[in-house]
Design a protein around this ligand. Structure first.
Ligand code: R5P
Length: 316
């Protein structure tokens, strides 16, 4: 995330003439595994934009690290905190889908808001837009659609009319339609899936545009195990798509998903909402392309710093 933060600071300076210092929170571990967060420079009476990776090294450690750092910032007498969480973990568990389970996304909101110095959240492509309602503070839910649309337009050029946008599940239909519209298309293809158990996806049905002889572009918020996307990619090839690509904002790739994507020759675009180091990017360059989101984050920080700034125009 430091690379991302450095880039954001550079963009703010070069494109918006804003000079924001960049400090790194220092984390240490006690012998028993507990964490300590330390703010190395004074931040007294300043508004802090706190950029934090919520997936690394794992969602639970990342959550504790964020809570401790927020507390350290509050006790360092900041004027306020805007949390910049490009990927919001625990957001998929947003309702009671069976008896005696938590609504984890709500727990997250309560934990974050227990610190009154946190005034606002900037995040991207939350699993469901209505998650914003779990928060009493403002949430700017950016979308990466525009940056993906630009990348696809650059990549396909005159072949763009052959692209069909596909959503791998019903829940993503609204999002996929918006994305298709950005690419100048009126229709999409929709898969319906079910989950017979955690992390297993099964296709139930297909409706909408046909992909025979076309370039199919899947659009989803998250790739986790990759089961959903890989299953749908196979199905699209069987339906006669000449090429299949996937765009997803958040590339988690758990359970060795990289090996399967690579072996199957899939082509995937993901933002760096979950940052990866150079070695990871090089090892996976044959199937995974990073679509950087620093500009989007920098522009949203710039707008959030203005009186009357508008974030919605960044994603439109
Ligand atoms: C689910 O509704 C999400 O939009 C993604 O489709 C899902 O999280 C992907 O999970 P996986 O990659 O494990 O199939």
């Amino acid at each position: 995330m430091h690379e991302v933060a450095d880039r954001i600071v550079t963009i703010l300076k070069e494109e918006h003439d804003l000079i924001y210092p960049h400090h790194r929170i220092v984390y240490e571990r006690f012998a028993n595994g507990e964490m300590l967060a330390h703010v190395p420079e004074t931040v007294r009476r300043q508004h802090v934009f706190f950029l934090h990776p919520m997936q690394h090294p794992n969602p639970s450690d990342a959550l504790i690290a964020m809570l401790l750092a927020n507390d350290a910032l509050k006790r360092a007498s900041v004027a306020g905190i805007t949390l910049v969480l490009p990927y919001m973990t625990y957001s998929r568990q947003d309702r009671k889908h069976m008896a005696r389970v938590p609504i984890s996304a709500r727990c997250m909101a309560d934990l974050i808001q227990s610190n009154e110095a946190v005034e606002k959240i900037i995040t991207a492509d939350m699993h469901a837009d209505q998650l914003q309602g779990f928060y009493d503070i403002p949430v700017d839910n950016l979308t990466s659609m525009k940056i993906f649309a630009k990348r696809l337009a650059d990549k396909f050029g005159a072949r763009l009319p052959d692209v069909v946008v596909v959503t791998p599940d019903l829940g993503g239909a609204v999002r996929a339609r918006r994305f298709a519209k950005m690419l100048g298309k009126s229709g999409i293809a929709i898969y319906e899936k079910t989950r017979p158990e955690h992390n297993v996806a099964e296709i139930l049905s297909y409706t909408g545009e046909e992909v025979y002889g076309k370039i199919a572009v899947l659009f989803d918020d998250i790739i986790d195990t990759g089961g959903t996307i890989r299953g749908v990619m196979h199905s699209l090839k069987e339906r006669g798509a000449v090429d299949v690509y996937a765009c997803a904002t958040h590339g988690i790739f758990s359970g060795g998903a990289e090996v399967k994507f690579k072996a199957e020759g899939c082509k995937v675009f993901c933002t760096n909402s979950i940052p990866r180091d150079k070695a990871y990017r090089e090892a996976n360059a044959s199937w995974l392309e990073k679509v950087p989101m620093e500009s989007l984050l920098a522009d949203s920080i710039f707008e959030a710093s203005l009186v009357g700034g508008s974030v919605s125009k960044l994603s439109a």
